[in-house]
Design a protein around this ligand. Structure first.
Ligand code: SF4
Length: 381
């Protein structure tokens, strides 16, 4: 793959990410396949894929919230208000179904509201266990996945057998493997690829057919492996937060603009999306349940006491030799605000400097944020 081909691949990914719903609508018309939107974070997209439909992870758009104000509380987080707003405006009507897996109260309420504002659409709420230590949790997870599998079979008009589900798991594992390779390449040499481009690549994986994305990604990884990275001057930063939604590019520009180099992250539109594979031996439904219960990385939307999120964050930040941690909290994100005091304390005890910044869906002046970030980056050793 030549330099210009790399540019073409990045442009292809960017094109999908910039206007996701328009592109998906066109894709559906061209391919005649059903498209199912999955709420971010915990729904196993492999189930939708195995039914012959296209799974995509719902994304926040930049659109100003207007009509949606009448349908949801103003103190709900940006992604929830935005998705309700664009649903009310009819922009999600092309989806054949929406599946919402429980991660928080706002996400749960979003599923109820979507059922009301999109009465002609199939909207399913998926109750995966949130407390992972209680008895019977594996049986409950498998039962719920079997229930949703039957619903997806109805929607697709075909059975999901073990062979097709295993095949889908392999397709997703292959994409995750390439994303991990890319992540490690960049972690070793951040000058190879901007963090902004890494975000584009991960988000496009959530929106494109995995097979097509993996093919393009494999060419990109091969090319990057051969490239000599440009050296970067700056302070090494670990990015945490934004539990389920992607970052706006302006905040990334700001971090890099004040001399920060993002070397690693624990974002959903980052490492968390591809860190862990699903096993391919044994029962595939059980393997999906095991990934959710036993292998997923710590995150504060689930209570799993043996694997505390703050402890994990300190270890990851130290591992990546970060000089500081930037914690990005989406405004009104309750799980994150509940957990932040523990994160703050753990980072302070470990001697890892950090800064907490609140982000909003609405466009706000970033001048105050710039000043705080600049001061933070300057004082890092
Ligand atoms: S996890 Fe936070 S940002 Fe995501 S839907 Fe829930 S409240 Fe909103």
């Amino acid at each position: 793959m030549s330099g210009s081909n790399m540019k073409d691949v990045m442009n292809r990914f960017r094109d999908v990410v910039d206007t996701p719903y328009e592109k998906l609508k066109l894709w559906k018309e061209a391919n005649g396949k059903k498209v199912v939107g999955c709420s971010p974070m915990q729904f196993p997209e492999e189930l939708v894929h195995a039914a012959g439909m296209l799974p995509v992870v719902l994304q926040e758009t930049d659109e100003a919230i207007t009509t949606g104000f009448s349908y949801i509380y103003p103190f709900y987080c940006g992604i929830t208000r935005n998705i309700i707003d664009i649903a009310v405006k009819g922009q999600l009507s092309f989806f054949d179904g929406l599946v919402y897996a429980d991660i928080c109260i706002q996400n749960r309420n979003a599923a109820c509201t979507l059922k009301q504002v999109m009465p002609a659409s199939y909207v399913e709420y998926v109750q995966l266990p949130t407390s992972l230590t209680r008895a019977g949790v594996m049986d409950d997870t498998i039962r719920e996945l079997e229930r949703i599998k039957a619903k997806l079979e109805q929607l697709a008009g075909r059975k999901i057998d073990d062979t097709s589900l295993k095949q889908s798991i392999l397709v997703f594992n292959r994409n995750r493997l390439r994303l991990r390779q890319l992540h490690e390449l960049r972690r070793a040499n951040p000058g190879l690829l901007s963090y902004r481009d890494l975000q584009v690549i991960v988000k496009s994986s959530m929106l494109m057919p995995k097979e097509e994305h993996t093919e393009l990604l494999e060419g990109l990884v091969t090319q990057l492996e051969k490239m000599k990275p440009s050296s970067l001057e700056g302070k090494r930063l670990f990015l945490s937060g934004h539990l389920c939604q992607s970052l706006k590019p302006d905040i990334l520009d700001l971090i890099e603009g004040v001399g920060g180099i993002i070397v690693d992250d624990d974002l959903y539109t980052g490492y968390r999306y591809y860190a862990v594979d699903v096993a391919v031996d044994g029962s595939p439904i059980q393997a999906l349940a095991k990934r959710y219960l036993e292998k997923s990385l710590p995150v504060p939307t689930r209570s799993y006491l043996p694997a505390r999120w703050e402890k994990y964050l300190v270890e990851r930040a130290k591992d990546s030799r970060a000089q500081g941690v930037v914690v990005l909290v989406a405004k009104y994100c309750e799980p994150h605000l509940f957990s932040y005091p523990f994160v703050k304390e753990a980072l302070e005890i470990a001697g890892v400097p950090h800064i907490m910044l609140e982000t909003e869906h609405e466009v706000v002046s970033l001048e105050g944020v710039r000043t705080r970030l600049q001061a933070f980056v300057e004082m890092l050793n």
